[in-house]
Design a protein around this ligand. Structure first.
Ligand SMILES: Nc1nc2c(ncn2[C@@H]2O[C@H](COP(=O)(O)OP(=O)(O)OP(=O)(O)O)[C@@H](O)[C@H]2O)c(=O)[nH]1
Length: 595
């Protein structure tokens, strides 16, 4: 094996080999935007097959850590990835292009990540008095916007841990929660990182408390950093190495790899991003894809460092790419298991199927360009497996496709990528959600295109459904009024309601008024209050029925009359304090119906 690598021939000790390895890896100076998108993905027409630059045999599983960077949008994932790549010499410091891994034009123009990107880094970890030890770290930078969460969940499948990045001023946000649960459900070790501590409005203590109360994360384990200034960054990679477990695969088991992403390259065909779960792979090996049953020879294999770098092999636990000469994108099914041909392996679980939220028609702006659009969509969906595509024809627009997306931003980005990366001008129809119609014969029809709804069906439509969301809304308590209704100071739980702060006063006032109409007068005064916490926001009173205690008191003994009235008042006070207010069942129904 050593004979395959120039570097490894001269190795004397592992310490020496590590520094040799470092010297053999030059920071990549290419500017992906300048050299164009195809090259940014790694290959160009004049790119010759390079000698393997890295000897991966020095990195058995226990020297590997695979982790994602996850966060809410704009909390600084890509900037942190930049700093970590600089720290490890993977890219040159001040390479002049912030958010290096955001390579697509659409990402640069919009300032958001839409594609997860992997970078392999080499890092020498020094623990106190021990000798420094070399590690191979695979970092996956993920998008923050909810429309691209499929990218996040796929990336997590190639990792054992995640850096959960939170903005020190904004604190925990919606996608922090969603991404935390994605990582948690995938059983990953979570390393909490509070970023942007350089901001004047940063409040790391508040954010730490949020991380503790919402996710039960240990506040002592939270790293405080500024990806902008570099403050605290030296603690990140040692924490990754100490806390995140190495990949669990078995090196002497038959090869099993997970295909977790892919893209189409004009010169090489389909390039597959893989994570090696068990066994090892070398260039020239024959591999089969479980879902398609197709077999190929591995023509090139390597790592993303951060551009594609041939290594001639991939070992258990490593993340990299393979080229097999696959020409059609349909052959690469994301989530597929790749194994050595003529061996039998248990397929990996793959990914949950995508649920498309919006559908729209995509047609060539010039009707005659249908073929060009077909090719462009085929290639782009190779790099974005979350889009569904089905051919359709419109009387007005000719031949086109009905595409399913995860959201409106996803749809917009897809159109922009078709235009920018493949020069295809498209017309897209008004986006719609999928509807289900039930007919009088009991049959059901799912309609993703308004034009596909039969205008004169044989059977009557008896019911129609549109998608509904059962949602849990998590928001800071100051935005919610927990509106209690109190009768004589006692909360009536059945009437408590959660409303938006802005509506709380109106709703409280209305409920109090209605209660006044529906509750009958009691022997004592009834105070009706609407409250948010301890604050009373609306109030009214139902006066007491008055028993004529003076009825039998003839004559004009004013002192006795006063005494009787005082006694009555005292009794009512006591009743008001201890007595329960009688709300008839029907009154409840009426109040709730009206409210
Ligand atoms: N002040 C300050 N700004 C930062 C820091 N880290 C990142 N930023 C800025 O925050 C903005 C967003 O940073 P990105 O790295 O693109 O954030 P992201 O999480 O990758 O964004 P998405 O991938 O689109 O979700 C940029 O303007 C960064 O310059 C930091 O530590 N301090």
């Amino acid at each position: 094996m050593g004979s395959m690598y120039r570097a490894s021939k001269t190795l004397k000790s592992s310490r020496q080999s590590f520094s040799l390895l470092f010297n053999s890896i030059k920071p990549n100076r290419r500017d992906p935007l300048r050299v164009g998108l195809q090259q940014a993905y790694g290959f160009s027409s004049d790119s010759k097959q390079k000698e393997p630059a890295v000897d991966l045999t020095q990195f058995p599983s226990d020297k590997i850590r695979n982790f994602s960077i996850i966060a809410h949008i704009d909390h600084g994932k890509s900037t942190l990835a930049d700093r970590l790549m600089e720290l490890t010499g993977t890219i040159k410091k001040g390479h002049g292009q912030p958010q290096y891994l955001d390579k697509l034009q659409v990402e640069r123009e919009r300032g958001i990540t839409v594609k997860a990107q992997t970078a392999t880094m080499f890092y020498e970890n020094k623990v106190k008095d021990q000798e420094a030890s070399g590690f191979l770290l695979n970092l996956i930078d993920t998008p923050g916007h909810v429309d691209f969460s499929y990218e996040v969940s796929r990336s997590l499948s190639a990792c054992q841990g995640a850096l959960l990045v939170v903005d020190a001023a904004q604190g925990v946000q919606a996608q922090t929660v969603a991404n935390f649960y994605l990582a948690f459900e995938a059983n990953l070790t979570i390393v909490p990182v509070i970023n942007k501590i350089d901001q004047p409005t940063a409040d790391p203590d508040r954010v730490k408390a949020q991380l503790k109360s919402m996710f039960d994360l240990d506040t002592d384990e939270v790293l405080l950093v500024s990806a902008k200034t570099g403050l605290g960054l030296e603690h990140v990679l040692p924490a990754v190495i100490e806390r995140i477990p190495p990949p669990p695969g078995i090196s002497d088991s038959p090869l099993r790899m997970l295909l977790f992403d892919s893209f189409f390259n004009e010169y090489k065909g389909v390039v597959c991003y893989v994570s090696v779960v068990d066994g090892m792979l070398r260039k020239g090996d024959k591999v089969s894809f479980a879902a398609t049953g197709q077999s190929y020879e591995v023509l090139d294999v390597g790592i993303m460092h951060p551009e594609l770098t041939s290594t001639g092999m991939l070992l258990t636990g490593q993340v990299g790419y393979i080229v097999t000469g696959m020409r059609t994108t349909k052959e690469a099914r994301i989530g597929d298991t790749i194994y050595r041909t003529k061996t039998t392996v248990e397929p990996l679980p793959g990914f949950k199927p995508v649920r498309h939220m919006v559908f729209s028609g995509v047609y060539p702006a010039d009707g005659s360009d249908f073929e060009a659009l077909t090719h462009a969509i085929e290639k782009l969906t190779c790099n974005d497996a979350s889009v569904s595509v089905a051919k359709e024809t419109s009387a007005a627009l000719g031949m086109g496709f009905r595409c399913g997306f995860l959201g409106l931003l996803h749809m917009d980005v897809f159109h922009q990528r078709l235009e920018q990366e493949y020069g295809t001008q498209v017309i897209s129809t008004i986006p719609t959600v999928p509807y289900t119609f039930e007919y009088s014969d009991g049959s059901k029809l799912q309609v993703q295109n308004p034009a596909a709804l039969p205008s004169n069906p044989k059977y009557r439509v008896t019911a129609s459904w549109e998608p509904t969301v059962i949602a849990t809304i998590i928001l800071p308590s100051e935005y919610v009024g927990a509106l209690d209704i109190l009768l004589n100071g006692q909360a009536v739980d059945a009437l408590a309601t959660i409303v938006h702060n802005q509506k709380a006063y109106r709703v409280g006032k209305e409920l109090v008024e209605k209660l006044k109409n529906f509750i009958e007068r009691q022997m004592f005064e009834v105070m009706i209050q609407a409250a948010i916490g301890s604050k009373i926001i609306a109030r009214d009173t139902i006066s007491a029925m008055r028993k004529n205690v003076l009825a039998k008191c003839y004559g004009g003994d004013i002192t006795r009359k006063k005494k009787l009235l005082e006694k009555q008042k005292e009794g009512k006070k006591r009743m008001k304090r201890v007595g329960s207010v009688d709300i008839p069942h029907e009154a409840f129904q009426q109040i709730l119906k009206v409210s």
